[in-house]
Design a protein around this ligand. Structure first.
Ligand code: DOR
Ligand code: ZN
Length: 453
C-alpha cells in the first residue's frame, strides 16, 4: 500500500510516552499508522524528521484573532499564518471582536471569515452578556466551542453580567453540555485601584500590574467555583496568572467541581520585573506577577491544578502599545501582546531546563486543551483515524528572537523580543497538508477549517 505522506526518523512523543526511530503515515486527511520508521508504508511524499521530535499538533485555545472588525490589529489569515509558523495546528478565537460574538449571526460571520482565509483549523468562543441569556441554546446550535464571560472591564469593554445573570447563564449553559470560561478578575477591585492609582499619579508600567492585585483573580475564581458547584456547569479559568489563583482552582478540583484551568507562557517565564525592564510592551491583563506567585504557579502546574497552556495571543499596533515610549504613562497603553510563535520555543526551553518532560508538555499543550474543549481525539492526539495534525520540533535549536518583525502577525509587539530559547517548530502539518516547513508558511490561505463540535 502507498499512502499520501509518511514522516520517518523521528521520536514520536505523546502524553503516554515516546518511541525513537518512529514516524507517522497519513492518507488523505487522517493518520493511518504510527510506528517504527521501517514498518511504515511507502508514500508519495516522504519527510525525514532528521531525529527531531514529532508531537500531536499543538492546540492553542486562547487567541485574539481580531476578525471580524479589528483587522487593523490582526485577522484570521495573519493569526493563523503565525500559528502555522509557530507549530500550532488548531486555534480558538476570543469573542471580543467588533461586533462581539454574542449572537448566532456574529458567530456565523466569524466562521465564514475563518473558512475564507485560515491556514490552520479553528474554533471560537461566544460571549455571554446581560443582553443575550436567551440566546444561549441558539449559540450552542450555531456550533460554538464554548462560552466566555468577562468579569470586570477588559479590552473591548464588554460589560460584565451581574452575579444573578451569571447564575442563570450557568444553568442554561449546563443544559448544553458545553463549558463556560472566565476572564477571572474581580472588576470592582480592579476599578477601585485603577482609579486610586491614576488619581495619585502612579503611572508606571509596574503600577498597572499592582492596580490588579492577585486577590482580584483569586476571589473571582472562588466566587465562580461557588456558583459552578451550585449549578453543575463545567467551568474553565483562562490565563491563570498567579499561584494563589491556581491554588484556588486546585481546591475546586478537590471539591469535585468540573473546573479546568489554563496558564500562559509569559506567566511562567517572566516576573513583574519585566514591566520595569521592558515597560508597557509587557502590559497584559491579568498582569505578570512577582517571583513568589510565579513559583507557586509552577508548583500548581506540576501538581495538576493547571490543565492547559495557551498564549492569550493579543496583537495591538505599536502606537496602542506605546512602543516609541515604552515607559510612558501606562494608562495610555493597551494590554496584550502576541505569543503564537514563541509558545513552543518557551515550553521547549522549560523542557531543556528540566522543568517539564516532553510528555508533560504535549499533555498540557495538545491533548488536554483538546479534551477540555471537546475536540479530542480528533485534535490533540496521534490516534489512527483522527485528523493528521502534527508538529515536528527541534528541541535543541538555540536561538534568540532578535527582531519581532520576523514574526508573521500583522502586529508583533512582544516582551519575548530579545529572549533566548532552546527549541523551535520546524514543520507543521494540518490534516495531512504541510502548512509550514523550514521557515516558510507554504499552506494556502483558506485551507483551515472550523472544528466541528
Ligand atoms: O491583556 C489582555 N488583552 N487581556 C484581555 O483579557 C484581552 C486582551 C485583548 O483582547 O487585547
Ligand atoms: Zn484573552
Amino acid at each position: 500500500m502507498t499512502v499520501d505522506l509518511v514522516v520517518r526518523n523521528g521520536t514520536v512523543v505523546t502524553p503516554a510516552g515516546r518511541s525513537a526511530d518512529a514516524g507517522i503515515a497519513v492518507d488523505g486527511e487522517r493518520i493511518v499508522a504510527v510506528g517504527r520508521s521501517d514498518q511504515l508504508p511507502t508514500a508519495d511524499r516522504e519527510i525525514d524528521a532528521d531525529g527531531n521530535v514529532i508531537v500531536p499538533g499543538i492546540v492553542d485555545c486562547h487567541i485574539h484573532n481580531r476578525e471580524p472588525g479589528l483587522e487593523y490589529k490582526e485577522d484570521w489569515e495573519s493569526a493563523t499564518r503565525a500559528a502555522a509558523a509557530g507549530g500550532v495546528t488548531t486555534v480558538v478565537g476570543m469573542p471580543n471582536t467588533d461586533p462581539i460574538i454574542d449572537r448566532p449571526e456574529h458567530l456565523q460571520l466569524k466562521f465564514e471569515r475563518g473558512e475564507a482565509s485560515a491556514h490552520v483549523d479553528f474554533q471560537s468562543y461566544v460571549v455571554v452578556t446581560s443582553d443575550n441569556l436567551s440566546l444561549i441554546p441558539d449559540l450552542d446550535d450555531a456550533g460554538a466551542l464554548g462560552y466566555k464571560i468577562f468579569l470586570g472591564s477588559t479590552v473591548g469593554d464588554v460589560p460584565p453580567p451581574s452575579d444573578g445573570e451569571i447564575l442563570e447563564a450557568m444553568e442554561l449553559i449546563e443544559r448544553t453540555g458545553k463549558r463556560l470560561g472566565f476572564h477571572e478578575e474581580n472588576g470592582e477591585i480592579v476599578d477601585h485601584y485603577t482609579a486610586q492609582f491614576r488619581a495619585a499619579g502612579k503611572n508606571k508600567p509596574i503600577d498597572f500590574a499592582h492596580s490588579r492585585p492577585v486577590i482580584a483573580e483569586q476571589e473571582a475564581i472562588e466566587r465562580m467555583l461557588t456558583f459552578a458547584e451550585e449549578t453543575g456547569v463545567k467551568v474553565h479559568m483562562y490565563h491563570v496568572s498567579s499561584g494563589a489563583g491556581a491554588e484556588a482552582v486546585a481546591r475546586g478540583k478537590d471539591r469535585g467541581i468540573d473546573v479546568t484551568a489554563e496558564t500562559c507562557p509569559h506567566y511562567l517565564w517572566f516576573t513583574e520585573d519585566v514591566l520595569r525592564e521592558k515597560g508597557n510592551v509587557a502590559r497584559i491583563q491579568p498582569p505578570i506577577r512577582d517571583s513568589d506567585q510565579r513559583d507557586r504557579l509552577w508548583a500548581a502546574l506540576e501538581s495538576g491544578a493547571i490543565d492547559c497552556i495557551a498564549t492569550d495571543h493579543a496583537p495591538h499596533t505599536d502606537e496602542e502599545k506605546l512602543v516609541d515610549d515604552p515607559f510612558g504613562n501606562t494608562w495610555d497603553a493597551i494590554s496584550g501582546f502576541v505569543g503564537l510563535e514563541t509558545e513552543i520555543p518557551a515550553l521547549l526551553t522549560f523542557v531543556d531546563q528540566g522543568r517539564l518532560t516532553l510528555e508533560e508538555w504535549v499533555y498540557h499543550h495538545a491533548a488536554r486543551p483538546a479534551q477540555v474543549w471537546g475536540m479530542y481525539p480528533q485534535k490533540g492526539s496521534l490516534q489512527v483515524g483522527t485528523d493528521a495534525d502534527f508538529t515536528i520540533v527541534d528541541p535543541e535549536h538555540e536561538w534568540t528572537l532578535e527582531d519581532r518583525h520576523t514574526l508573521h502577525s500583522k502586529n508583533c509587539v512582544t516582551p519575548f523580543e530579545g529572549e533566548s530559547f532552546t527549541g523551535k517548530a520546524t514543520t507543521t502539518v494540518v490534516r495531512g497538508e504541510v502548512v509550514y516547513q523550514d521557515g516558510s508558511v507554504i499552506g494556502e490561505s483558506g485551507y483551515g477549517t472550523r472544528v466541528d463540535v
